[in-house]
Write a protein that binds this ligand. Structure first.
Ligand SMILES: [Fe+2]
Length: 390
């Protein structure tokens, strides 16, 4: 165990150090509460043994600070006191103290109390390990559902996978979503259309306007069907309600509950917005330039205005990122006939000289070389990666 000892009495400190080191513990010693607080914030300790009465930060205050620090591991706290009255002990327990030692310190008692601390810290460590295993299993289960969806229908599975990713991206920039909700909204996005499994292909592959009455009715049942599936697994219950509400609309004309405005839970609004965006880009295949206009049309109708703003912001980021992946930066001397410009070319003065999507001819390349020789353009031109391979 790594133990921090805190005492302004050098004799006590040396006695504690010696006996605990002989037990194989790693010991760090400091002589006051302020140093102890600084040290705890910088290093990982399993146990802190601190004197009660110290100037500035006393033992109780140190306990309060450690308990309030939101550390990612448990520290077992033992206070050393000569004030072993009932009132003192109650105050200490309220501040988060785990155990006491009274002066003069009995070494055998010290060892026994540290062993209790060691048991508690080990239990906490094992519990944390189990929790991490559980969290890993949770993610694996969710991803397995998405993979099953992909086997059932590749397009539907791909849609869910992208929506899960987008939900997480949106959640991270939305001020109303806490860190603890990220995994929940990502999971809901990954399986939001699971209720489509088992429905006839026409229900999920046809645009809604082309569906007959029966297909429409089945389509409208998929959020509730999905929620029913998820509700059967305890650890998936928290996302079932988000999935059930992912087709509600801001104007109250969605389904199944016709909720409106802020009555729609925020996480369900995020899944709904992410799903709509993915539908525009990857199912309907709209050009990135047309997306903003389509998103604006949903403002205050299908989506809350803040969701539209969030999507517009993320859309710009996604397009920039895709460009950087799909575009190849070349020096003008490396350009070849047939390559296609990925971005507009401007003079350093700002004047436009060549448009994105221009297929380069020998003349166009010569023109660009001329501009480079004049130092009128940057010697860095972006072409589509695909065109550079031909
Ligand atoms: Fe859906």
């Amino acid at each position: 165990m790594k133990i921090l000892l805190v005492d302004d009495d050098k004799v006590t400190l040396s006695l504690l150090e010696k006996s605990l080191r002989s037990q194989g513990h790693l010991i760090v010693s400091v002589s006051d509460g302020s140093q102890a607080w600084e040290t705890v914030r910088k290093e990982h300790f399993d146990i802190v043994i601190s004197d009660w009465l110290m100037p500035e930060i006393d033992g109780i205050e140190l306990c309060k600070r450690i308990r309030g620090a939101g550390l990612d591991h448990y520290i077992y706290l033992i206070l050393i006191s000569s004030q072993d009255t009932r009132a003192d002990i109650v105050n200490g327990l309220k501040a988060g103290v785990d155990d006491y030692l009274t002066k003069p310190i009995n070494i055998e008692e010290l060892k026994a109390r540290v062993e209790i601390g060691q048991r508690i810290v080990t239990l906490e460590h094992n519990l944390k390990q189990r929790y991490q295993d559980l969290a890993r299993n949770y993610y694996q289960t969710i991803h397995m559902f998405t993979q099953l969806l992909e086997v059932f229908d590749e397009r539907l599975g791909g849609h869910c996978r992208r929506v899960g990713r987008l939900c997480l991206q949106m959640a991270r920039v939305h001020p109303g979503v806490s860190d603890k909700q990220y995994a929940k909204v990502e999971a809901a996005g990954l399986v939001h259309d699971i209720g489509m499994v088992g429905l006839p292909p026409a229900v999920y592959s046809k645009p809604q306007v082309a569906q007959n009455a029966e297909e429409k009715q089945l389509y409208r049942s998929h959020p509730e069907r999905g929620a029913l599936i998820l509700d059967q697994v305890d650890m998936l219950k928290p996302i079932a309600e988000i999935v059930r509400l992912h087709h509600e609309q801001y104007n109250g004309r969605g389904f199944p509950d016709s909720l409106a405005g802020e009555d729609i839970p925020l996480l369900a609004q995020l899944v709904s917005a992410a799903s709509l965006y993915d539908d525009l880009r990857h199912i309907q295949g709209l050009s990135p330039d047309d997306i903003p206009e389509h998103l604006q049309r949903t403002r205050g109708y299908q989506l809350a205005p803040e969701m539209v703003d969030l999507l517009l912001e993320i859309h710009v980021e996604l397009i920039e990122k895709e460009k950087s992946v799909n575009d190849l930066a070349l020096k003008v001397g490396q350009l070849k006939e047939g390559m296609v410009l990925a971005r507009n070319i401007y003079l350093k003065t700002g004047a436009f000289i060549m448009a994105a999507d221009t297929k380069l001819t020998a003349d166009a390349i010569e023109k660009l070389k001329h501009y480079v020789r004049l130092n009128a353009i940057a010697d860095r031109v972006y072409v589509h990666k695909v065109s550079s391979r031909s």
